[in-house]
Design a protein around this ligand. Structure first.
Ligand code: AMP
Length: 395
């Protein structure tokens, strides 16, 4: 592998088929890379059909269809990624569907970003996002160790019974209310009792919600805000469209969920930008201390802006340490204020990789790539040949 090469066509930008794959592929194509998407059987048509590259249309050059996203770290897929000289872009799907320890230690493919920080997003890990926020001095909602400490409105985040990766939410203002609501939800099968024990009990922050989507470029030692957005979540968005009287009736039968279904690009007033940058800079600094070399590329602080007094404040209730799944951020003006044209995260990532290739500094944006390359134990699954035969059939 020639990391010093100037030729982007020598590299393939690869990612998992979901979340932000099309944005990643479009950005890569705009900057001269080939693209490859590892898809899960049954949900591959977006990549193998609708947005497949054909002539001047589409952005997905190659697709590999596997049984499970977790097969990303199997020998067969690794071999195909290697043959394509791939640089892998992790998304939320890595944390949700893959085994993080394998991605960290048994995935000998250059991965854009600091792969060791993917697990910081998981609240049950230590160190985690709260450790980063604490170190950065960024305000986050107060957490209560036990329901007996509840002294204000709290939001309780517990894993759903049916889908461990999605959480069920409820609200309480006292221990008694917590217990009553929790037992109702467990009885209704919405939250599992075991997982309730690990639930996070958090002060509910009343503010306007905005995701501050940053990009940190190690090549330029520069922090950028590429875009801001707010979440569209079901069923809370549906509930909020009902008159209050109807909401109360419905909430007798249905519990609130915040399952992400998309985003709306939104702006923050200009006077808040400096506060946002200060928070982002502190976060990058903390990441360098807690997980060298720190954040590389995209990350997001998902915040509520509270009114004060004394002043408006950015309170962060969630962080992501990889590409955000909201390509609409390019519709906000912040990337253009810097680059004089709108940039999506996919494009910004491709630009950083292109620059790293040009400068022969690919290791700085995908650390350990050269050092780790070829040293991993190989796992057994479908062979590279089997996958290639299938790819040939599809393309
Ligand atoms: P999470 O998955 O933890 O980001 O939470 C899902 C949603 O719940 C968020 O998108 C927010 O809308 C809301 N939320 C989470 N934590 C808080 C909080 N502490 N205060 C207010 N809203 C919150």
């Amino acid at each position: 592998m020639n990391h010093g090469s100037n030729n982007n066509r020598a590299y393939t930008i690869a990612t998992l088929g979901g979340h932000s794959a099309l944005d990643v592929c479009l950005g890569a194509k705009r900057h001269g890379f080939s693209t490859l998407v590892v898809c899960q059987k049954g949900r591959e048509k977006t990549y193998t059909d609708y947005y497949k590259t054909r002539g001047s249309l589409g952005v997905v050059d190659h697709a590999v269809v596997v049984d499970k996203f977790a097969d990303l770290t199997s020998k067969g897929v690794i071999d195909v990624l290697r043959e394509h000289n791939s640089i892998f872009i992790p998304s939320r799907y890595c944390q949700v569907y893959c085994k993080l320890d394998e991605l960290e230690h048994s995935f000998p493919i250059p991965m854009f970003g600091n792969r060791m920080m993917l697990r910081f997003e998981e609240r049950y890990e230590r160190p985690n996002q709260y450790d980063l926020l604490r170190k950065a001095g960024i305000r986050f909602p107060r957490q209560f160790k036990s329901p007996s400490e509840i002294d204000r409105l709290v939001i309780v985040k517990a894993s759903e019974a049916a889908r461990g990766y999605e959480r069920g939410f409820f609200f309480a203002s006292s221990e008694e209310e917590f217990k009553r609501t929790a037992s109702e939800l467990v009885k209704a099968g919405q939250i599992s009792e075991g997982l309730l024990k690990g639930a996070v009990i958090e002060e509910y922050v009343l503010g306007v919600q905005v995701n501050l989507n940053f990009f940190y470029s190690p090549l330029n030692n520069r922090l950028e805000i590429l875009g801001t957005d707010t979440r569209r979540q079901t069923n809370i968005d549906g509930l909020l469209r009902l008159p209050a009287s109807e909401q109360l009736k419905v909430l007798d039968r249905i519990s609130v969920k915040y399952v992400e279904s998309g985003h709306i690009a939104c702006t923050v007033k200009e006077s808040l930008l400096e506060k946002a940058f200060r928070a982002g800079e502190a976060f990058v600094g903390a990441s360098k201390e807690l997980c060298k070399p720190g954040i590389i590329g995209p990350f997001s602080l998902q915040a509520a802006i509270t009114p004060g007094p004394p002043t408006e404040e950015i309170v962060v209730f969630d962080c992501s340490l990889r590409i955000p799944g909201s390509p609409g951020t390019a519709a906000t003006p912040y990337s253009a204020y810097l680059y004089r044209k709108p940039l999506s995260f996919g494009e910004r990532i491709a630009m950083e990789i292109k620059e790293a290739v040009r400068l022969g500094r690919l290791d700085e944006v995908s650390p350990s790539a050269e050092k780790l390359f070829g040293k991993f134990p190989r796992t057994t699954k479908r062979s590279a040949q089997e996958i290639k035969d299938e790819m040939k059939k599809r393309w």
